[in-house]
Design a protein around this ligand. Structure first.
Ligand code: UD1
Ligand code: CA
Length: 469
């Protein structure tokens, strides 16, 4: 016999609501906290806590929500359609009816509650199983319980029902114990109970919360107390910002505990799917978005915004650099004020400096783009020096073309390379040259008007101009 803990359970996650209070075009559950949609936080936590299967109820923006889930999770996560949003009870009915064989225990969660700790789900599952309750639920106490369903208890302290904010009597409105919306229910009881729900309430909906009263009438409810700070449900943009701030803080603290040097815990913004190794350092106001990787010894200084960037060991990213979908090689240096656009691959110990911009370019080991350059669609070898103000003219108005530069090439300041073009290894480009033909290896390319000095001309000109004044 497996012990109770090993008995597999199913999660039902409600994510069909429109979220009108968000005043946004996006379905509510796709709004992001630390780079992850609300619904993905909940599904991810349910799976971590041990759900064998997740049924996600979708409705508003069904295709987008289903698409997000399919990209993020494996076959354990399935989508169920709730055709009309007739309330949380109706949403659970849709899930139960989608699989008439569903049995055992069911954990129900709301897809708009992104901070749920995995351990709390485990505690709820354990408590429900231990007491063999028809229904287990989490409760929490709030100084301002406004908006949440209230927990009603009898004289013995047993939970008797949950009353929605809108349906509260004046007395009930004062109750500070609320329903964050986590339940562990016996499937057979649930199947029967949801058939008994009626839309006899202020919103004319089928409330899942009415199931609590049905379980209580059999004396069969267990409650688990938790901290509401972890259970904020997102109904509007303010709730979303509160959840994002809390998640941001938790991520920063966890990184610091794991050995990342952090200048300012309060202004570090690292998305949940980024990886930062111990021994890396992150300055104030640094944003790591999407899926960044920062290796040990790398340092990202104040104000940098990196999205899907790999920063290899011991690289330096100097203040106010913006980089997207790129790689910064081992010991390389970028910034201050550099812009790496997508597909910039900087080799080991290479440098991209002040006010330089790169795009879809590989920069070989030790090569430098130190000042004020634009380097787009380039394939650049090792040990290359690209002088200040160099421009890769990669666009002819219709298409983009490639500039190929061999190892050890020296490009003088203020040059333009009109692509498609190749510069052979070891070549020199004189300052101010507009390169329009390929340059052979070890050659010098000069393409500018010959300089002529007119002796005394400046002085004569000045005198003439003064006379006119
Ligand atoms: C719900 C609870 C309330 C609790 C609060 C906690 C009910 C009736 N009320 O209220 O007791 O304090 O959450 O945050 O359950 N959804 C559907 N289909 C629907 C309606 C909603 O899938 O027809 C989904 C929504 O997408 C959302 C979740 O269920 O993710 C909760 O719905 P919401 O309307 O936000 O419920 P609350 O009013 O917050
Ligand atoms: Ca809600």
């Amino acid at each position: 016999m497996p012990n109770d803990e090993q008995v597999p359970w199913t999660a039902i996650i409600l994510a069909a609501g429109e979220g009108t209070r968000m005043k946004s075009l996006q379905p509510k559950v796709l709004h992001k906290v630390a780079g992850r949609p609300l619904v993905s936080w909940v599904v991810g936590t349910a799976l971590e806590a041990g759900a064998a299967r997740c049924l996600v109820v979708v409705g508003h923006g069904r295709a987008e929500v289903a698409g997000e889930l399919a990209r993020t999770f494996d076959a354990r996560t399935e989508v169920v359609l709730q055709p009309e949003q007739r309330g949380t009870g109706d949403a659970v009915r849709c899930a139960m009816e989608s699989d008439p064989t569903l049995s055992g225990r069911v954990v129900i969660l709301y897809g708009d509650c992104p901070l749920i700790p995995e351990g709390l789900i485990r505690s709820l599952v354990d408590a429900s199983r231990r007491t063999k309750a028809s229904l287990g639920l989490v409760t929490a106490t709030l100084a301002t319980p406004d908006g949440y369903g209230r927990i009603v208890r009898d004289q013995t302290g047993a939970v008797t029902r949950v009353v929605e904010n809108r349906d509260c009597s004046d007395e009930e409105r004062k109750i500070s114990e609320v329903n964050p919306g986590l339940y562990d229910v016996d499937a057979a009881f649930l199947r029967d109970a949801i058939r008994q729900l009626t839309p006899d309430n202020a919103q004319g909906q089928l409330y899942l919360t009415d199931v609590v009263e049905l379980a209580a009438s059999h004396g069969n409810v267990v409650s688990v107390a938790a901290d509401m700070a972890d259970l904020t449900g997102v109904n509007d943009q303010r709730d979303l910002a509160i959840c994002a701030a809390r998640r941001r803080g938790r991520i920063a603290e966890a990184l610091a505990k794991d050995g990342v040097a952090i200048t300012d815990l309060d202004t570090l913004y690292v998305d949940a799917d980024c990886e930062v190794e111990a021994g890396a350092s992150l300055g104030a106001q640094v944003h790591l978005r999407g899926k960044c990787v920062v290796r040990q010894g790398a340092s990202i200084d104040v104000g940098c915004v990196l999205t899907n960037v790999v920063v290899e060991a011991n690289a330096l990213v100097l203040p106010y650099t913006v980089a997207t979908d790129s790689t910064i090689g081992e010991g390389a240096s970028v910034g201050p004020f550099s812009h790496l656009r997508p597909q910039s691959q900087l080799g080991p110990r290479s440098k991209v400096g002040n006010f330089s911009e790169t795009k879809k370019t590989t920069l070989g080991e030790g090569s430098k783009v130190n000042h004020l350059a634009y380097v787009g669609d380039g394939i650049i070898g090792k040990g290359v020096n690209i002088g200040a103000g160099t421009i890769f003219c990669n666009y002819d108005g219709e298409r983009k073309h490639t500039t190929v530069i061999g190892d050890d090439v020296f490009i003088g300041s203020g040059s333009q390379l009109v692509a498609p073009i190749k510069v052979g290894r070891g070549a020199y480009i004189a300052s101010g040259t507009t390169v329009t033909h390929d340059v052979p290896e070890d050659s010098l390319a000069v393409g500018r008007a010959k300089q002529e000095n007119k002796k005394g001309y400046a002085a004569r000109l000045r005198a003439k101009l003064r006379k006119k004044r």
